[in-house]
Write a protein that binds this ligand. Structure first.
Ligand SMILES: [Zn+2]
Length: 454
């Protein structure tokens, strides 16, 4: 008789829908059997009762190393598993230098082996004036996507790439399934508007939002989409803040080009006119959260126009946010432990099928997008045993209890309808609902597989 390492019973959220009282059997880090009724013998058994057993969440946009460098992988992935996130897809803008070569990829993979509690897939980038020669070697080494920016946040870590260089990168990627993502803001518009706002003595989160107007975001988005279309490559906008942005993406898609747009969960929760006075820099992100967009963006999720939803988790300590001027505050918010409960709750409040929408947007779609499907993103035989157990239990978010070593959040005081009861990474318990119980290095580097979005 076959024995398994672990059997988990609960309401399994399978590809064809939830099944109550079903079980999943794990052997050597993979899902080896799924069934209902009497469960097979196993070394460990966990009865999740009526809790939901879903595929581990894949957070398609995180910044683990933008502040503390590569060791930032440790606190970021601790926060991940506490938030039910079993794989992060980490952005390339590491401190002090971004992931633009196989040598830097090797260093980051070594840091994952040393520090990671969750699995980590990686974006790469290309620096200004850097040739496109390294791109293929990075693809061969398993990079899941590339990212560039049309706006310079930092000359060394997060530089601006010119339209001509973007076109050259697209031309190299055109023969592949690899997306090129963009941070989509027009540099000239934003710099001029910030200078004007500062000269006028403005200093508020609303002034931040107004200094980076939708036109700056949409002009950069449109140019990027056109460059991708010209080369025949997959153009991906890593964050759109208005439904108009998704209209642009849809136009290219319906013309037969490979175009996608992503949302981050804070755009689905916050409005500067409502939340700005209380949150201030705590809700400063780029591109900024716009007034009056929340419900339209939820409709974009519902209609399938959003490729997937991510956290855009940024590892800024609060000191970097509470500067005298809003314009000096770091952009970005921590989000690994709030992504799943905030998305689920927001979907449920609006009457959507929160279970199905969560698994689709946070598990299946990012897995397919980054070439990780069907190894990840679904509970099916042969998939990696990355599993999250979600309990329907009210909680008021308190970032003092977060595991990211940052302990601040725009979601503080917000009520969520679910909490993460358990997280398994590669078949091993990583989070037991109270403590992180796996070890640094239990998370693995995840190379791109063969699934493709288009
Ligand atoms: Zn980001």
């Amino acid at each position: 008789m076959t024995t398994y390492d672990t059997v988990i019973r609960g309401t399994l959220v399978l590809p064809d829908g939830p099944q109550e009282g079903a079980w999943i059997a794990i052997r050597e880090g993979q899902i080896a059997a799924i069934g209902s009724g009497e469960h097979p013998a196993s070394a460990a058994y966990f009865d999740a009762g009526s809790d939901l057993v879903i595929p581990g969440v894949i957070d398609g946009q995180t910044h683990a190393c933008s502040y503390g460098g590569l060791p930032g992988i440790r606190s970021t992935t601790r926060s991940a598993v506490a938030g039910g996130v079993t794989t992060i897809v980490d952005m390339p803008y590491d401190n002090p230098a971004p992931l633009d070569s196989v040598a830097r990829l090797d260093a980051k993979v070594a840091a994952i082996a040393e520090h990671a509690h969750a699995n980590v897939a990686l974006y790469g980038t290309v620096m200004p004036q850097q040739s496109t020669e390294e791109i293929q070697a990075l693809i061969d080494a398993g990079i899941v996507a590339f990212k560039i920016s049309t706006f310079e946040s930092s000359p060394t870590r997060f530089p601006r790439i010119s339209a001509n260089q973007i076109l050259e990168i697209f031309e190299v990627l055109a023969e592949t399934d690899i997306p090129l993502g963009v941070h989509n803001e027009d540099q000239e518009i934003v710099r001029a508007r910030i200078a004007a706002a500062k000269a006028a003595g403005l200093n508020s989160i609303e002034a931040h939002s107004q200094s980076r107007p939708p036109a700056a975001e949409l002009a950069a988005t449109a140019q990027f989409l056109e460059l991708g279309a010209a080369a025949g490559a997959h153009a991906h906008i890593v964050h759109l803040t208005t439904t108009r942005g998704f209209d642009l993406v849809e136009n290219y898609l319906s013309d037969g080009y490979r175009a996608t747009g992503e949302l981050c969960v804070h755009y689905l929760w916050f409005d500067p006119e409502i939340d700005g006075p209380a949150l201030g820099a705590r809700m400063k992100v780029n591109p900024p959260i716009r007034p009056g967009q929340i419900e339209e963006l939820w409709d974009d999720v519902d209609s399938g126009r959003v490729a997937f939803v991510s956290s855009d988790h940024s590892s800024w300590p609060i000191d970097n946010k509470l500067t005298d001027s809003i314009f000096d505050a770091g952009a970005g918010v921590p989000g690994l432990e709030t992504l799943l409960p905030a998305f689920f709750t927001g979907a449920e409040i609006r009457g959507f099928d929160a279970v199905q929408m969560t698994v689709e947007q946070l598990c299946e779609r990012p897995a397919k997008f980054f070439g990780l499907w069907p190894q990840k993103g679904a509970l099916r035989i042969g998939s990696d045993a990355d599993i999250t157990i979600v309990r329907r239990e009210r909680q008021v978010w308190d970032s003092a209890q977060a595991h990211d070593e940052l302990c601040w959040s725009p979601f503080d005081g917000r009520e969520f309808s679910v909490r993460v009861a358990r997280t398994y990474v590669g078949g091993k318990l990583a989070w037991d609902g109270a403590e992180i119980v796996n070890s640094p290095g239990d998370g693995r580097y995840v190379a791109r597989g063969t699934s493709a979005w288009f």
